[in-house]
Design a protein around this ligand. Structure first.
Ligand code: GLU
Length: 448
């Protein structure tokens, strides 16, 4: 049986760290198993689903290098859902209910006051002919509920293990609203069957939906006489670095915001692939390697702590080891060539830092000179060009010899004069790029 998974975002908003993890884990598992990764757009909510969000989702996934083998929109499949709804109606598994929101709320209040769980009482199954006639006369439209078995449903979750949920404790889920709109549940069940999805991998916030979905899927499979149930894997949700529920600010951190902030896609993937697993987080640019390492058994049931500082540190590590060839399309427009990148990448926390160092190399910068005599002496010792990788140590040694300065007393004033900053990339790499003329001018205190 070959693996089929799906990532099913609702285009009511942008991709954020939470749902990108679902995308990534599905993708990793598909690639590991040479299976298929489907991008399904859950856009049955025609009012809240926006085409621009859908475009943004696709753009973000491409940026993350999460390519899909197939994609479709649920909004193109209403006819299929209608057919299934009819089949379920015919079997008495989808029933019309006429309560208004206020009536349902009132029922729940009464139940809570009596210490009972707020489970729908199935009053709709007992309507008399008169009641039905009066609803129709009032012009009320029904919503449609799926009739659960009210029995325990068990499945072996690939992350959470053996799980049982008694559907007697659940309200019969509403599948179709008064206005005819399909809620997420039925379309998702129908699609998972029709597209032969083998594994549903998603956050554990969906865990409570699973029992009802299993019953619905079973009913659909039986009614049509084909299809099979997928396996389920519910991963733990992200928490703050401190262990609290993920704050809104971080939880809604969008892929777009990360991209605009200069976070590399490989950093996002390396981070989210291992976060919440027993494996260490490390920089990995090879997505297929991440895929080969993916394993449900390594996923932890405890909440995964999301620390933005950790992602940023990983981003820097990724940049430090990325060769120019992989970034040339983004570095060349900044005027950064391979030599400059190799000189500064060890100091780049963001790709854009390369441009900052380019500006330092090219100048003009304001040199910082604390001891003019020392700096002037150093200026006189700058070798004629071109400078090479050995030039810096020879130059610094000569300055040390002539001035008696050593250690920090030697290197700090040279760096301050040549770059205007206390710290930065290796001077042996920067010095040849700055070149002898600018070096001399800066040591003489000139803006260059
Ligand atoms: N559209 C649903 C969501 O974004 C999909 C959930 C699922 O994976 O079944 O929450």
């Amino acid at each position: 049986m070959s693996v089929v998974v799906r990532f099913a975002p609702s285009p009511t908003g942008k991709l954020h760290v939470g749902n990108v993890r679902a995308a990534l884990w599905n993708w990793l598992f598909a690639r590991k198993t040479s299976g298929r990764f489907i991008l399904r757009i859950d856009d049955t909510d025609c009012e809240r689903s926006l085409p621009e969000n859908e475009d943004a989702i696709r753009r973000d996934l491409r940026w993350l290098k999460l390519d899909w083998d197939e994609t479709f929109n649920q909004s193109h499949r209403f006819a299929e859902y209608d057919k299934v709804a009819d089949l379920l109606r015919a079997r008495g598994l989808l029933y019309a209910a006429y309560e208004t929101q206020e009536e349902l709320e009132r029922k729940r209040r009464v139940q809570r006051a009596r210490g009972l769980p707020p489970v729908y009482d199935r009053a709709a199954l007992q309507y008399t002919e008169e009641q039905l006639a009066s609803f129709r006369k009032e012009g009320r439209k029904p919503h449609w509920r799926f009739k659960l078995s009210q029995k325990p449903v068990s499945w072996r979750d690939l992350i959470r293990g053996e799980t049982t949920m008694d559907t007697a404790h659940l309200s019969d889920p509403v599948l179709i609203r008064e206005d005819g709109m399909y809620l997420y549940t039925l379309p998702s069940c129908v699609d998972d069957i029709d597209y032969a999805v083998t594994h549903v991998i998603r956050g554990e916030d969906h865990n409570t939906n699973t029992a009802a979905q299993i019953e619905i899927m079973q009913a659909v499979i039986e009614a049509r006489g084909r299809g099979r149930l997928p396996s389920f894997a519910h991963f733990s949700l992200l928490a703050d670095a401190g262990g609290d529920k993920l704050s809104k600010r971080v939880g809604s951190l969008s892929v777009e915001a990360m991209r605009e902030d200069g976070i590399e896609p490989a950093a996002v993937a390396s981070f989210l692939a291992k976060l919440g697993t027993s494996e260490p987080i490390r920089p990995e640019r090879d997505m297929l390697k991440l895929a080969r390492e993916f394993d449900f058994d390594k996923a932890s049931r405890a909440p995964a702590r999301f620390d933005l500082a950790e992602l940023e540190a990983l981003n820097a590590k990724i940049l430090h080891e990325t060769p120019y060839a992989e970034l040339s399309s983004r570095l060349a427009p900044l005027g950064v060539d391979e030599r400059l990148w190799n000189a500064v990448r060890g100091n780049a926390a963001r790709l854009s830092d390369a441009a900052v160092w380019k500006a330092v190399v090219d100048g003009p910068i304001s040199p910082v000179i604390e001891d003019a005599a020392f700096a002037a002496k150093a200026a006189s010792l700058v070798p004629e060009g071109p400078l090479g990788p050995e030039s810096w140590s020879a130059f610094a040694a000569a300055v040390g010899r002539e001035t008696g300065a050593k250690g920090k007393g030697l290197f700090r004033p040279l760096r301050l004069a040549l770059t205007g900053a206390e710290t930065g990339p290796e001077m042996s790499a920067l010095f040849p790029l700055i070149g002898p003329d600018r070096a001399r001018a800066r040591l003489l205190g000139r803006r260059a």
